[in-house]
Structure formats: structure tokens, C-alpha cells
Design a binder for this molecule. Structure first.
Ligand SMILES: NC(=O)c1ccc[n+]([C@@H]2O[C@H](COP(=O)([O-])OP(=O)(O)OC[C@H]3O[C@@H](n4cnc5c(N)ncnc54)[C@H](OP(=O)(O)O)[C@@H]3O)[C@@H](O)[C@H]2O)c1
Length: 390
């Protein structure tokens, strides 16, 4: 393993996962790769997990596969072996509703329908992403598709679920005397290498991050992907600042890099179907082979570990981590984030730009009102004992 953290320090194994019985979780982009293995482990630890995917057939297939783990009589494996059985019984998996994250209006529908059928949400994992092979626009807004899918839609999803997340925190408080509601944003490696022109040929700047998107410059592939992943980190930073201490507002948000994992991410299609014109060419197939070799990458079950750490390791609550970046498993690497990823003024501009885009694309001035008002909510509730975390 060249880059697979072979000799690196790991601060997490699945043995540290907490009992998730009665908890409800959503994992976006969970029909494959990191998301599917994350969903599997949440269910094997007792959670009721919803797969939020764009392609219903793929979601159903993933749910069946996870269900076979839930039904397995094999002893639970702390290595994440998909064939092993549950650690805590009672978990479930649901592929009941599709959501295309390239369309932020679909996110609103998804959240509305979910809230009709569920009175709690304990864990939200914003995992879906795409590396578009050519310049592609999202359906709404018509901006670069990776940005819409992985950043804008997740921002709106968090906004739409914020009241439910906060009421779940209060419910947990009543049930167990403490609350532990978590949002996890899955980013990528955005550490100092991004600032190094030898290691990263892309000219990373505020202009590249925001103006190029606004002006619809035709970026795609690794450039569009890296930009969106920096947006994930900046958004988490700003959201954590707005939320404040989870002990007051009930919601904890952190961002992770899963590691280099052999999945389809660097060969993802822009479309949910498998149409001929979206099949990879020879060059792409060779890159795929190299990337997926275990010399370079690790298998998907390991790719889930960092998300699982942020979603349910006790340490995250004990150390009261909020707005931190973890990479690899359970190691806090926030100080190592590249310069732009730590720039509060860029984070603020991204927030304002994203808010405008979400308002316009949904035709709703109140589109992100929960996120905008979160400070007021915290001020209102922080003195009330039922809103306290511990
Ligand atoms: N693999 C790595 O080495 C690596 C490294 C750093 C970060 N990550 C991050 O890990 C996360 C998971 O990626 P992965 O590696 O597991 O790749 P993956 O298997 O390709 O998973 C990506 C998921 O996102 C979904 N998705 C794409 N567009 C969507 C849309 N419009 N609406 C809803 N879902 C959509 C995909 O669904 P479809 O199957 O329908 O396309 C798929 O389920 C991503 O955030 C990625 O950036 C991965």
C-alpha cells in the first residue's frame, strides 16, 4: 500500500462503535463504496439506516446486500467483513426513497417525505459525490454538477433536517440523560499538499473556488472534485461556528477524509443510468485498474471507518469535537488543512454564495432559514436544561 496508511497511526477500530439501537441514520450515496459500507456498519450496530440514493434499483440492491449481513449468523467482525453478522440486534435498512442530489429541489421533497415517516434523525452522513468526466451542469441550480451534488444539496439537506436533528437531541436527552446527534461531511484529502505547486498543479485561489463556479467556467474531473471537497471543509467550518457548542445546540458536525479507497469515485458517471455514452473509455479503464489496485488503495469496508468514527465513536463526544477534520481514522488533522480551507473570509463568501443559489434554485427566500437562524435557536434554547448535551 503506497498511500493506504499502512504504517500510519490509526485511532479507531470498529470495536469503538457505540450501541446505535433505536437510532435513525441517513447516508447519502450509499448504494456503493464508502457509503454502502458505512450504512452496513451502522445497521450492524443497531441503527435504522436509510439509503439516500439517486438510482432506486441500485439502492434496493445495496439494501438487499446489507440485509444479508443483518440476517447473517456469523459472529460480528471488527474488521468490517460484510459477511459477518450484527453486533447489536435490531438494526434495519431502508431504500424507500430516491433523491437526485444534482437537483436541490429533489432534496426538499426528500426531506419533507422523510419527516412525514420519521420522528427522529440521530445521524446524517453527507457522503455522495461525483468526479464528472466532462463538464456537466446540475439540474438545479445549473452550476457545475460536483458542486451541486456534494456541496449545495448537502447544505440544503442539513438545513431541512436541522429542526428534526435538534428535536432528536432533546429526545435523546429525555431518554438517556444525554444527547449525541451527529452530522458527518465526507470530504477528501485537502491537507497542505493542495498549497504545493509541485504536488498540486491546480491554481487554488478564491477566484477558482467561487468566481469560476459563478461564471460557469467549464471545469470537470479532478479539478471540479477538489474544489467541491474544499467547499465541504469550508462549509463544515462555517456551520460549526454557527452551531456553536453541541452542548448548547444539540448538533455536532465534523468532516473527514476516508482514505484512498478502491471505489468507482474517480470514474463516476454524470448520469444515474448506465447508458452506453456513459461507459468508460480505454484510458479511463486503465486508470481505474491502477487506482483500484491494493498497492494504492484500501477496500471499501476500511473506507467507512473514518465516517463511523465521526458518526459514533464515544471519543468525539468526550472531546467535544465540533467542526474538526479527521484523516485517517480518528486523527484530528484540522491544523493541516490547506490555506484556503481554513480561510474564514472564503468560508463566509461560500456560505453567502451558496445561500443565494439555494434561494434562487428553490424559488424560496426561506430556503436556508434554519441554518440562518441557528444562532438565534441556540440562544433561545441554551439555558434550557433539556437542550443541553450532557
Ligand atoms: N474513494 C476514495 O479514494 C475517496 C477519497 C477521498 C474521498 N472520498 C469520498 O468518499 C465519498 C464516497 O465515495 P466513494 O469513494 O465511495 O465512491 P462511489 O462508490 O462512487 O460513491 C459515490 C456515491 O455518490 C452517489 N452519487 C453521485 N451522484 C449522485 C447524485 N446526483 N445523487 C445522489 N447520489 C449521487 C453515487 O451514486 P451512483 O452509483 O448512482 O453514481 C454513489 O452512491 C465521496 O464523498 C468521496 O468524495 C473517496
Amino acid at each position: 500500500m503506497v498511500y493506504g496508511y499502512g504504517g500510519w497511526k490509526s485511532n479507531f477500530t470498529l470495536a469503538q462503535m457505540t450501541d446505535l439501537r433505536s437510532k435513525v441514520a441517513i447516508v447519502t450515496g450509499s448504494n456503493s463504496g464508502v457509503g454502502k459500507e458505512t450504512a452496513r456498519q451502522l445497521a450492524l450496530h443497531g441503527a435504522n439506516v436509510h439509503l439516500a440514493c439517486r438510482n432506486p434499483k441500485k439502492a434496493e440492491d445495496a439494501a438487499k446486500d446489507i440485509q444479508s449481513s443483518l440476517d447473517s449468523k456469523e459472529p460480528h467482525s471488527e474488521e468490517g467483513d460484510p459477511k459477518s453478522g450484527p453486533k447489536y440486534p435490531g438494526g434495519s435498512v431502508h431504500a424507500d426513497q430516491a433523491v437526485d442530489l444534482s437537483d436541490v429541489r429533489a432534496v426538499q421533497n426528500y426531506a419533507e417525505n422523510f419527516k412525514k415517516g420519521n420522528d427522529r434523525l440521530d445521524i446524517l452522513i453527507c457522503n455522495a459525490a461525483i468526479v464528472p468526466p466532462e463538464f456537466t451542469k446540475g439540474k438545479a441550480p445549473e452550476l457545475e454538477v460536483a458542486f451541486v451534488t456534494s456541496h449545495l444539496s448537502h447544505m440544503l439537506m442539513i438545513d431541512q433536517f436541522l429542526p428534526l436533528l435538534q428535536s432528536t437531541a432533546r429526545k435523546q436527552q429525555e431518554e438517556t440523560g444525554k444527547s449525541d446527534v451527529r452530522v458527518v461531511i465526507v470530504a477528501a484529502d485537502v491537507t497542505g499538499y493542495v498549497d504545493n505547486r509541485l504536488l498540486n498543479p491546480m491554481k487554488v485561489s478564491e477566484e477558482w473556488l467561487l468566481n469560476d463556479i459563478a461564471e460557469k467556467k467549464e471545469t470537470y474531473g479532478a479539478g471540479a472534485y477538489l474544489r467541491t471537497k474544499i467547499c465541504n471543509v469550508l462549509f463544515t467550518r462555517k456551520l460549526a461556528q454557527k452551531l456553536g457548542d453541541p452542548k448548547d445546540n444539540g448538533v455536532r458536525v465534523n468532516v473527514i477524509h476516508p482514505g484512498v479507497i478502491s471505489t468507482e469515485i474517480f470514474h463516476s458517471r454524470s448520469h444515474a443510468d448506465n447508458s452506453e455514452d456513459s461507459k468508460p473509455g480505454l484510458g479511463e479503464r486503465l486508470v481505474r485498474k491502477a487506482f483500484n489496485s491494493n498497492l494504492v488503495s484500501m477496500p471499501p469496508p476500511k473506507g467507512a471507518w473514518n465516517s463511523l468514527y465521526a458518526a459514533c465513536a464515544a471519543e468525539v463526544q468526550e472531546k467535544n469535537y465540533q467542526g474538526e477534520y479527521f484523516f485517517p481514522w480518528g486523527n484530528r488533522r484540522t491544523p493541516d488543512i490547506c490555506k484556503i480551507g481554513k480561510d474564514d473570509s472564503v468560508a463566509q463568501k461560500l456560505w453567502e454564495f451558496s445561500t443565494r443559489q439555494l434561494r434562487e434554485a428553490t424559488g424560496n427566500e426561506d430556503a436556508v432559514k434554519n441554518l440562518d437562524n441557528v444562532g438565534a435557536y441556540t440562544a433561545q434554547h441554551s439555558t434550557q436544561p433539556q437542550a443541553a448535551t450532557q
